[in-house]
Design a protein. Sequence first.
Length: 692
Amino acid sequence: MSSFSFLNPGFLWALPLASIPILIHLLSKRRLPEIRFPTIMFLRALEPREIRRIRLRELLLLILRTLALILIICGFARPSVEPKGATTRAAAAVAVILDDSESMGALDEVARPRIEGARERGLAIVDAARAGDEVAITTTTGPDAPLANRSGDRVRLERTVRQIGTTWLPGAMEQALERARRFLGRSALKARELYVIGDFQATNFTPAAREKVALISRSGNRVYLLPVVASRVPNHAIEDLDPELRPGPQGKGLEMRARLVNHADAPTDRLAVRARRGDALIGGGDVSLLADEARWASLPIDWRAGEAAAVAVDSKGKAPVVVESDVDALSGDDRRYAVLGAPRRLRVLRIVESRGGVPPPRFVALALDPAQDGSGGYAVETGTPASLLGINHGRYDVVILEDIASLSGDAETRLRSFLREGGGIVVALGPHADLDYYGRKLFPGMIDLAVDGTERAAEGQSFEIRARAPAHPILDGLSLTVGSPLTQSKLTALARGRTTTPKAEAVVATTGGLPVIVAAPQVAVFLGSLSDDWGDLPYSGAFVPLVRGLVDHAARTSSPGSLEKALVGRPPAAYLDVSPSGAVAVRGPESYRSQATVVAEGSGFRAVADAPAVVPGFYVFESGSREAATVAVNPDPIESDLRPIPIDSLATGSGSAPRALLTTSSLRSHLRDTRQGRELWLLFLLGAAACL
C-alpha cells in the first residue's frame, strides 16, 4: 500500500505563516468611527443580497490565499508517495546483468554504440545505490563464478561499469541469469531486484534463459528489463569462406566463395566485398542480396597479385587472406580471416556395378570431370565394391556409392573407417539398392535416416522436387528460394525415407514432403537415382551443380581444413600432416602465446592450443623455429542479426511480471521513485499557482 511522507519536513514549521491572510482579513474587519457626509446621504442603500455576495467572495479569496500558502510551504517540504515495491525504508539486494557480447558493439537507432547506452544505464543504477544495499554486477560473457557484493565502494562499482566493453564472444545469458539468481538467493535482505541491460537478441534468450527469468520472478524478486534498442537495425555479415579457391567460369582464372547474409527487411543492391593478401588487393566484387537472404557468392580472385606481398605461403600453397565488406551497423562481422590456397582436385572414387554385361552409367563421372583430365577440380576414379577394401583418406576425399545393392562386411567396415579418418561419403540409391540393408545396417551410425520401401509416382505422372533448405551448401550452384522447384525434369520413383534426429537435414523434398536429399556431417544421401532409371534428372540443367554440391558438401565437412574454422573463445586447432619434431607453441594477435597439445588423428596429427583465442586474426603454430600451420580465427556470427525480441514475450506465467524500462530517463525516474518515493512538489506548486 502506498504511503505519504515529506522528504524535507523542516519546512513544515513554516505552516503557521499560512495564517497571514486570515490575520489580514480579521484586521480589516475592525469597526471604524462612523462619520456622516451629506453628499452621500442620498445614495441608495445597498441591498442585503449584494452585501452577502461581497462577503462570500471575500471568504473564498481568504480560503484560496491560505491554501496557496499551505501548498507552497508543503511543496518546499518535498511531499512524496511511496509506490508499490518501493524500498525507501529498507536496503535492497541488486543484481545487474550488463550484456557485453559482440552485438553490443553495433550501432543503435541513433548511430551510437549500444554498449554506451548500456553503461549509461548501469551507472544510473550504481548512482542510486544507498548505504546498506548489496550490489553485484556481471556480464553475459564474464567468468562463471559467484557474484560478490560490491556496494561498499561506489567508486569501484562505477569503475567496473565504465571498464565494461564489448567482447568478441556471443552472450551466455542463461549462465549470467543463474549467477544473478544465486546472488539474490544468498542475500538476507527482503527487497531483491534484478536489472537486465542489453539488446535482447533472440540468440541470448533461449528457452532455458527464459525459464531462468521466470524462475527468478517467481522467487519474489523484482525483474526489470532495460533494452538499449527498440527495433531491428539492418546489418550484413560474412558468415564463412570456402578454404579452397576454385577454377573460374569455363576453367579461366580463380574464384573465391564467400557466404554472405543480409539481416535486414529490405534488399541490399550493392555490397562491396574485397579480398586482401597482405597489403595487396587480390580480388572481390559487388553482391546483391534479398531481404534476409543468405547465400554463397563467387568472387573473382587474382592469386598472383598477392605474390609481391610479403606474406609467407606454406607447403600447400596457402596464404593468409582477409576478406572485408562495407562497414555497417556491426563492424565485427564485416571482416573474415581465412587461409586460402590454389584450388586442389577433389579425389573422388565412384563405386558402381555392371549388370548383365552392360557398363554402368557415367552421368556422375561426366558431371564431375567432363574432360577426364581433372581440369574441373575433380579427379574421378571408378571402382567396384571390392575397391573399398583398399581405400583410405590419404588416397581419396570422397566415395560415391551409385545404386549399389549392398556391401560385404569387410567393405562396410573399411568404409566406416574411411569416414572416421575424415573422408566424405555420398550415397545414391536406385532400383537395384537393397533398401532394407541401407536402412538397417549401413545408415545407422553414419546418418540418422530411416528407409522404408520405394515410392512411385502415379502412371504418367512424376514427383515435383522443391528446395527445403535453399541456403544449404549442396544447393550452392542453384539459385533457389524456399519451396522453389529444383528442376523441371521428371522423377518417377524414389526411396521412402525420413530423418530420425535433427542431425540429419532434409535439403530437398517432394511437394508431398518426402525427402529427396538428406545431409549430415561428411555424408549426403540422394534417395532417388543419379542415372536415368527413375526419371530424366541426368539430362536437366540442375544435374551437374547438384552432383558437385553433393560431393563438395561431403568433402568440405570432412576436410582437415575444417579445423581452421576456429572461433574466438575456443582454443585454436590445426591439422598437421607429420609429427612435429618438438614442442608446439602458438602465437597470435595482441601478444597471444600458448603451448599446444598434439594428438594423432587419422593419418595425421591434431594440435590444439591450451589457451582460447581472445581476438580474431591469424594464429601460427610453431615447432622449434619452423611454422607448422597457420589458422584463421573468427568471431561467431550467431549475433549478426540485430533484431530484438519483443520484451513482453518474457512475461512470466506466475509471480510479478518483469517490467520494461525503455529509456534512461524512465530508469532514473524509477530509481528515484523506488529509492526516495514519487515526489509531488511540482503538483503542489501548480496547485498554489492555480489558487492565486
